[in-house]
Design a protein around this ligand. Structure first.
Ligand code: SAH
Length: 243
């Protein structure tokens, strides 16, 4: 009898460790409603958009997006749209973040460059699957905020730098993937140079007032294959010398 009780207790303890503890670990940043809102967002990514990579869906279900938006926007954090983050900038729509991450095809050994840190959210999503993420933001206050958001949420494998992302991060190059989250009038040559052989770059190309297109660049040695994927709308990649 005593043995049976002991067995039941140890099975219960095992199940607790297996299911309940990881659940707390994944949701330690959640407040009432945020975990459920995030689950609904992931369901929408699956049903409405072509996000089929289970790893990406799992990551989208884990990163606490509500901690990357200004406090007054928290209630909208898991809605299917971009949100203002101050300084005239926006955090991209979750579906776009998931889609760009899926296109980047990164794994645990990847070194990734992001241009346009903004809130730090896309960098966090990339950091969940990459070895290291380097992200450049031109607006000093946003660079500081992105760094703070990433520190608070525990993404130790992301480095934020303030500067003009047109020039990439040459000291850390080459990168297995480059994700640009602001629209450039052309693909910046320094970013092409910093792409690893076999690497992939995802970049919105076009002017702010015309249709922009999401472009995938794949490098094979000195060859660059570009593919135009779909019309998109991003904030512009600004250049310091412009008025
Ligand atoms: N990836 C961000 C969304 C970024 S919005 C997120 O997940 O929240 C685009 C960002 O690009 C803005 O923060 C903008 O300030 C920044 N940006 C614009 N031009 C830039 C440039 N030349 N270099 C680096 N960042 C730039």
């Amino acid at each position: 009898m005593g043995e049976r009780v002991a067995t039941i207790l140890s099975v219960t303890a095992f199940l607790f460790l297996l299911f309940v503890v990881p659940c707390f670990a994944a949701e330690k940043h959640d407040t009432p409603g945020t975990a459920e809102a995030r689950r609904r967002m992931v369901a929408l990514l699956k049903e409405k958009y072509d996000i089929h990579d289970e790893k990406i869906l799992e990551v989208m279900g884990r990163v606490p997006r509500h901690l990357f938006v200004p406090e007054h926007q928290r209630k909208n954090a898991y809605e299917d749209r971009p949100l203002p983050i101050g300084y005239g900038q926006t955090i991209s729509q979750p579906a776009m973040v998931a889609y760009m991450t899926q296109l980047a095809r990164i794994d645990g050994t990847s070194k990734v460059l992001e241009i346009g840190s903004g809130s730090g959210y896309q960098a966090a999503v990339l950091a969940e699957t990459a070895e290291a993420v380097f992200t450049v933001e031109i607006i000093p206050e946003l660079a500081r905020r992105a760094e703070e958001n990433l520190r608070r949420t525990g993404y130790g494998n992301v480095k934020v730098r303030q500067g003009d992302g047109y020039y990439g991060w040459p000291e850390e190059a080459p990168f297995d993937a480059i994700v640009v989250t602001a629209a450039a009038p052309h693909i910046p040559p320094p970013l092409m140079d910093q792409l690893e052989d076999g690497g992939r770059m995802i970049i919105p190309v076009g002017s702010p007032y015309r249709t922009q297109h999401l472009v995938l660049v794949e490098r094979e040695g000195s060859e660059f294959r570009t593919q135009t994927l779909m019309p998109v709308r991003f904030v512009p990649l600004v250049r310091p010398e412009e008025p």
